[in-house]
Design a protein around this ligand. Sequence first.
Ligand code: SF4
Length: 441
Amino acid sequence: MKILLVNPITHSLYGKGYKDVPSLSRALIRKLIEFPRPVSLFILSVLTPKKHEVKIIEGEPDEIDYDIDVDLVGISFTTRLAPLAYQIADRFRERGIKVVVGGWHPSALPEEALKHADSVVIGEGEYIWKDILNDLEKNKLKKFYMQSKPTDPHDIPSLIPIFKDLKVPIGIQATRGCPYGCEFCAVTHMLHRRVFRTRPVEHVVDEIEKLPQNVFIFLDNSLTISPEYTKKLFREIISRGINKKFTCFGNIDTLGRDIELLSLACKAGCVAWLVGFESVSQASLNWVKKKTNIVKNYKSAVSKIHDHGMYVIGNFMFGFDYDTTHVFDETIDMIKQCEIDVPDIMILTPLPGTPLFERLENEGRILTYDWSRYNFEDVVFQPKNMSAEDLLYNSMRVFKEIYSVGNIISRVQKAMKYGLYKFIDVAIRNFYLSKRRYQEY
Ligand code: SF4
């Protein structure tokens, strides 16, 4: 069989006007801010028996060739990409081609996804992919496929076999799952994803060694869930003398207290930690059960990361039920006090499948089911202590203040202390975010 795996994308990720600039400029933009692709489709490609042909493509719906000769199309997507993914699925199905969908959004809303697909994979897919292919060959596709247990990390295949054909950057996955259960987080509420698992360090470092990129991101939800595992991983990278640079996600509580982890991270090539600060209001953090974050410890934790020569990409969100209008200026102050190198300002977005979505829906506070608006920049629910307009206006106001020319220059200048590479990295990320967020409002 011929199998086409599709990664739907939106060019709005590259900023307003991306599609209108000359192709040379587009290529330059993509070179500078290329996003690592999720590994799920690459894993399926490796797991596909050799008797089948697999091709992976990506694009917006009008960029896809629907006349391609295929027997099965697989599409994986998150909530904001659902409308695009459904368009792609519908176009293939109009031609009589079978479509299987999976990923966060179909896992959260399988019945909705089934309106646009022949089968829906709920949760992880390693143990059922071959069943799907066998069922299709017998023309007996089931509506839903679901693993009875989480994938054993030893069964996550190495992606090294597909590295020679890679045309886009990909990330590295060392672990799966997150045990914390923050109520707004789609990751942790997907089937089996509450179970934290670690891949064998040797497998992960083999992949890093062979990866045809000198810069990569660890796609793990958080590399601080098991500091001992992560230290082993970093030690192995160091002992093999791998000279690559990477960023990774981590929780601020562990980063603020584990000096050994920070030291090993920097030696292993970590240039930056991506940290979900989420809020400067402890009441808001408690409301969404973000137990790893203690606001009064933010400043000292960030200082420790800086002291170890790494910079911080910090995410803040507005719209929690305990947020009052004071939270906006308090966040500006916190970002400046902590000297967050690349601050990101988002609006709380209740993703389907999360307890937050369920709660707001039960309270009649979901304002729209247009998933394209679930982009962390729009207001899709009724906030508690302010109007939706005030939430959007103030989020944009904070963003504009934080990304004023003066503030960008100040952050970039401070990044000179990290050395040339990180200085340029911080500059590009600041410039990119300044052009990327809230361009459509
Ligand atoms: S710590 Fe991060 S990945 Fe884990 S549940 Fe919370 S937001 Fe999600």
